[in-house]
Design a protein around this ligand. Structure first.
Ligand SMILES: *Cc1c(COP(=O)(O)O)cnc(C)c1O
Length: 410
């Protein structure tokens, strides 16, 4: 008899996006004349086309694959040296990261989930609330949790509430944790952590022999020069942190797929008897056993993000999205709402009007303005009373959304 991984049965049915889809469908059926007016500001996906520098590099790479002299079969599992070196030179200059500490993959979603392969059972996992759901669900699948309660909170996870009181940056907990997920700039709240806050986290990790899993997928959106872009800007982080980065949100690679994970050789975790083992060694083994490398044309395209032309084109994309975020922020402030995020991140995190729940606001925005937002409660119970507006949209759509917000019944 084949048995299953029964941890999967603990997973709460994917609730947020299916429920959004169901409500939008029900609304368009009840008001078919409004269907064409709907603008989606809900999904965390880019909208603008792939930069031409990237496309040109990919075309060239495809042509190389069509010629026996330049054809490439399996590449190195860890990724081509040309891309790993370009990443180090352009993203981690002066931080002491070397190209052999970079692992190229086809996405940060997979990396943040797969990383659990190299950690033992029984680790205490610290997760923020609200949170990017991947961190939670992959821990459920790995058997690191008990069952979920009625609020969707899993037994065994250490939840760190992020609220207006701590400006949506989790405080270092009083309990001991072994693995800590931090995401800055944050999805969904758009919050960023200061140097002091990250320094406190690194000190906590070192004191507890814990590992920080630092998701920097939105690094490129940071505008404030004082906000660290990498956890490795913090002294000591190279002993206790793994950083995840992606080309999805800066280069618009959500449909192309390329990301990378940094594991400094100095990051150790421990055997049950307390012997230190470098995580680099374990991830290298894991990656080369279970992954056969990102495709050559994709890696060539990713490297073009760091060409002069590519950098300019990416800067233009980011400027466009951040301009959208500014407009959305201002429109929500003008409505008298409490507004967070959107200054160093493509997400604006907004407090609902007094007495209105996250889903109540979702329905109001859909029915009165035909704008789809994401209810904050979908990211965790501490997200109740908030909603997320994504700046990933065309300027035209964003201007229209701002216009409609003005007329929203207060
Ligand atoms: C979009 C996103 C990523 C990137 O995922 P990919 O699989 O590389 O597309 C990673 N983390 C968070 C929090 C994200 O929102």
């Amino acid at each position: 008899m084949a048995t299953i991984n029964s941890n999967f049965l603990k997973l709460k049915a994917g609730y947020l996006f299916p429920e959004i889809g169901r409500r939008v469908k029900a609304y368009t059926e009840s008001a078919p004349d409004k269907a064409a007016r709907i603008i989606r500001c809900g999904i965390g996906d880019v909208t603008e086309p792939l930069p031409s520098a990237v496309r040109d590099a990919m075309h060239k790479a495809v042509d190389e694959q069509g010629d026996r002299a330049t054809f490439k079969g399996y590449g190195p599992e860890q990724g081509y040296e040309f891309l790993r070196q370009a990443i180090v030179d352009n993203q981690f200059q002066g931080l002491g990261i070397s190209a052999d500490e970079v692992f190229i993959s086809d996405g940060s979603k997979c990396d943040t989930g797969n990383i659990l392969d190299i950690f033992g059972k029984g680790n205490t996992i610290a997760i923020t609330d609200p949170v990017y759901p991947v961190y939670v669900d992959t821990n459920v699948m790995a058997g690191n949790t008990g069952d979920a309660d009625d609020n969707g909170a899993y037994a065994g996870l250490l939840y760190m509430p992020c609220t207006a009181v701590n400006n949506f940056v989790a405080d270092v907990p009083s309990e001991k944790a072994d693995l800590i997920y931090l995401c800055f700039p944050n999805n969904p709240t758009g919050a960023v952590a200061t140097r002091e806050q990250l320094t406190a986290w690194v000190a906590y990790a070192k004191a507890n022999k814990a590992i920080i899993l630092f998701d920097a997928a939105y690094e490129a959106f940071i505008q404030d020069a004082d906000i660290p872009r990498s956890i490795y800007e913090i002294e000591g982080a190279k002993d206790c942190a793994i950083e995840f980065r992606s080309f999805s949100k800066n280069g618009g690679f959500t449909g192309v797929r390329c990301a990378y994970t940094i594991i400094p050789k100095s990051v150790n975790a421990f055997t049950e008897d307390g012997t230190a083992v470098p995580l680099h060694q374990l991830w290298s083994r894991r990656h080369s056993t279970k992954f056969n490398g990102a495709s050559y044309p994709v890696q060539a395209g990713a490297a073009a993000v760091f060409s002069e032309e590519g950098k300019q084109q990416v800067a233009t994309l980011i400027e466009g999205y951040m301009g959208n975020a500014k407009l959305l922020r201002e429109a929500c402030i003008a409505l008298g709402l409490q507004v967070f995020g959107g200054e160093n991140a493509p997400y604006v995190w907004v407090g609902c009007p007094e007495g209105v729940t996250s889903w109540g606001m979702f329905d109001k925005m859909l029915q009165e303005a035909q704008v789809v937002i994401t209810p904050g409660s979908g990211f965790g119970s501490a997200g109740e009373g908030y909603f997320r507006i994504s700046a990933f949209n065309s300027r035209e759509n964003v201007l229209e959304v701002c216009e409609r917000l003005k007329n929203l019944i207060k």
